[in-house]
Design a protein around this ligand. Structure first.
Ligand code: BES
Ligand code: ZN
Length: 378
């Protein structure tokens, strides 16, 4: 509870890359250190994006405004230019004389938004407008930060621009109001070396969404991991404890960690458990790797804890998926309130007062028994 209060009350909301996120990293590193661990801090970068809206004005002919949506990870800024229609925006669609200083009008479809924007940008375009290939507009996101402002418009508005183009030059002003930049986060890693290099990893993200103090999501998981680390003694298996950042923005911390592992190290990971939202609810839940889920259910059952499989999309919503995608057995340990998710998560109401310490205690016990079971090879 001390950990949960410190992270959610003394620090508060901890969006990845913010000063509060760094304060949380320092706190976790300090706690690991106080338990006698040599703490590793691994830095990584991730794309940070906040959209404050975009505007698309037709300067000539006739004026008027369209209704663009900013593509996620678009560059910010305001540019003027004449429109060139470039079909689907594949490299072979670019005009011979390039797109220098022009605004590319691109049809949705066939290749990713990111490739379309990169292709026209490379050809010199100052902005990209992708129009829909079905009725209405759409909200898209690029895979990485674009070099130029990029927006989407509806099929109707795309056709309007194409029609005007047929009878002469069309010039526009596109303004994207956004923050779009690479930020830095840190994973905090502590390892209790065992007789074998074979390893079990317990992880929890310490970043939160902007909107709330993140007591259940996920100071509760961090508290569980810290408690496991505090209690861990060296035994047969190596145990590693990791606090991840930038989970809320797309698992950036855990993906970065996984990308640092060699093939041999990946093979040594016998199990990874993501502790995420373990503070609120009355039913322990396991999602992810079948065998790990089964093991968790058996262990919890043996302790007289009501535990169930986690069904639905929540089973994929945490850092364990970075490990399963890379072929390692990994699972999520969480709780639900009856059959529902904690309604307060991602809100300003996600406070320490609602956390039940007994939930953390049970999660710790289950994880400890999981280590014992993995040693037994079952
Ligand atoms: N703690 C949640 C995941 C979660 C939800 C676990 C419900 C257990 C029950 C996590 O922090 C989160 O919000 N994940 C996102 C995905 C992420 C890529 C933005 C989600 O589930 O929408
Ligand atoms: Zn969350």
């Amino acid at each position: 509870m001390q950990t949960i209060k410190y992270l959610s009350e003394a620090i508060g909301s901890r969006p990845a890359g913010s000063p509060n996120d760094r304060a949380a990293a320092d706190y976790v590193a300090g706690q690991f250190g106080s338990y006698g661990y040599a703490v590793q801090r691994q830095s990584f970068t991730f794309p940070y994006f906040v959209d404050r809206g975009s505007e698309l004005q037709i300067l000539a002919p006739s004026g008027g405004a369209l209704h663009p949506l900013t593509l996620g990870l678009s560059a910010a800024g305001s540019v003027d230019g004449t429109i060139v229609s470039v079909g689907l925006g594949r490299p072979e669609d670019n005009p011979r004389d390039g797109l220098k200083g022009r605004v590319a009008l691109i049809q949705r479809g066939d290749i990713t938004y990111e490739l379309k924007v990169a292709n026209v940008s490379k050809a010199g375009a100052v902005a990209a407008i992708i129009y829909n290939n079905v009725q209405g507009n759409f909200q898209g996101r690029l895979g990485q930060i674009a070099g130029i402002p990029a927006v989407s418009i509806s099929l109707d508005e795309g056709n309007r621009l194409l029609q005007s183009l047929a009878s002469g030059a069309v010039s526009v002003r596109l303004s994207v109001n956004a923050t779009s930049e690479q930020r830095t986060g840190q994973n905090i890693v502590a390892t209790r070396q065992g007789a074998s290099p074979d390893m079990v990893i317990f992880g929890a993200h310490y970043d939160s969404v902007e909107a709330g103090p993140g007591a259940n999501d996920n100071a509760s998981g961090v508290a569980t991991v810290l408690e496991l680390a505090r209690l861990a003694r060296s035994g047969a298996l190596t145990q590693r404890f990791i606090a991840f950042s930038a989970e809320e923005l797309g698992f950036y911390g855990s993906s970065s960690y996984v990308s640092t592992l060699s093939l041999q190290e990946r093979q040594q990971v016998k199990a990874m458990v993501s502790l995420d939202m373990v503070g609120v609810g009355d039913r322990m839940r396991f999602g992810g790797d079948q065998q790990l889920v089964d093991a968790g259910l058996v262990i919890a059952g043996g302790l007289g804890i009501q535990a169930l499989r986690l069904e639905g999309s929540a089973a994929g919503g945490s850092d364990h998926t970075s490990f399963t995608s890379a072929g390692m057995p990994a699972a999520l340990l969480t709780y639900t309130v009856g059959n529902d998710l904690d309604l307060r998560y991602h809100t300003s109401e996600d406070r320490a007062d609602f956390v039940e310490p007994a939930n953390i205690d049970k999660a710790v016990q289950v994880c400890q028994l999981l280590v014992a079971r993995l040693v037994g090879g079952r």
